[in-house]
Design a protein around this ligand. Sequence first.
Ligand code: HEC
Ligand code: HEC
Ligand code: HEC
Ligand code: HEC
Ligand code: HEC
Length: 215
Amino acid sequence: MLKKVVGAVVALVFLVGVYVFFHLLTSNQLNLGYNKYYQPEQPIPFSHKRHAGEFGMDCRFCHAGAEVSRHAGIPSVDTCMKCHNGNVNGKSEYSKKWIKKLREHYTKKEPIPWVKVHMLPDHVKFDHSAHVNAGKSCQTCHGNIENMEKVYQHSDLSMGWCVNCHRERKYEIEAQCDEPITDLYQGDAYIRDFVCDRKDTDGDFILNNCSTCHR
Ligand code: HEC
Ligand code: HEC
Ligand code: HEC
Ligand code: HEC
Ligand code: HEC
């Protein structure tokens, strides 16, 4: 009898432990896996699924920086007001409520305190424009944002993740340079300088030099 009670208590404690562990894991309080799947609550439930998915809005309408600078940027309330200034007030009670809240921010000139989803450590340099201009789509790194009701971190943003993709880039470039390139509009010299000769004095691929990503 006593054995059974002890057994049951041990089993219960174990199950509670497992539950607490997974709760902490999924709510990211253990900080494992570099915040992959981190999905914070936002002050206004802005839906990428509706705006970028259903309505088909271009990512760059709101994240114009992605092509031209380090940061993609988060749009100000002014950008939202291009539609929510009285034209789009919401059909359902839910939509009406939140669009009203959005307009209060605008009239009171209070920025919306969006909670950051992605955050690299300060010692890492990352530049959106370099990646977007090299033909990497937003979805490569951020997943199918246009299906997300609430944004979460899709990639782990670990050093291995960066370095692996840069290694693939190295193979891509090497493949291009093994063949003589004749039909590109900038001509061979351009390709040699900017694509093929990107090796440092040790012969390492420049994209994976420590100083490329670390200050
Ligand atoms: C109508 C404006 C709008 C459009 C269009 C839009 N976004 Fe956003 N995006 C926002 C706002 C506002 C936030 C901040 C709130 C949030 O995280 O949901 C955000 C957040 C994000 C984040 C997370 C930023 C962080 O905090 O780390 C990513 C990544 C992102 N958007 C990617 C995209 C991609 C990819 C597309 C196109 C498929 C897109 N967005 C289209 C307005 C927009
Ligand atoms: C190109 C026009 C357009 C822009 C720009 C726009 N929205 Fe919307 N938004 C809509 C439409 C259309 C709806 C759907 C309203 C309805 O019929 O209920 C909507 C709905 C919403 C809702 C209600 C909840 C929901 O998902 O239906 C919120 C909140 C919202 N938008 C926030 C924002 C924010 C924040 C921004 C700026 C970052 C923004 N919108 C920019 C067109 C836009
Ligand atoms: C090669 C991977 C990669 C691609 C491609 C990429 N992003 Fe990002 N994005 C990141 C990383 C990494 C961060 C975190 C940056 C940081 O914390 O400094 C980030 C952060 C963001 C943020 C948060 C705010 C900011 O500017 O840091 C937004 C918004 C965003 N990305 C949108 C986009 C959009 C829109 C596109 C496509 C036009 C895109 N990203 C393409 C990797 C990528
Ligand atoms: C999906 C593939 C991919 C991932 C993931 C990726 N990169 Fe890149 N990265 C590239 C490509 C492609 C280029 C451009 C190479 C070129 O111009 O030939 C690049 C270029 C760069 C550059 C050089 C920018 C310049 O000014 O020339 C830096 C710095 C960089 N990446 C940092 C990072 C960091 C930090 C991460 C991780 C947080 C990362 N990258 C993740 C593919 C990737
Ligand atoms: C392509 C980009 C990239 C390159 C190249 C790179 N790193 Fe990193 N590194 C990162 C990112 C992103 C992180 C943060 C995420 C992580 O810790 O995995 C990081 C983290 C680190 C950390 C951990 C710091 C901490 O807070 O724990 C060390 C140490 C480090 N890198 C050293 C190096 C050294 C040494 C090299 C050269 C051999 C190098 N890195 C090359 C992107 C890069």
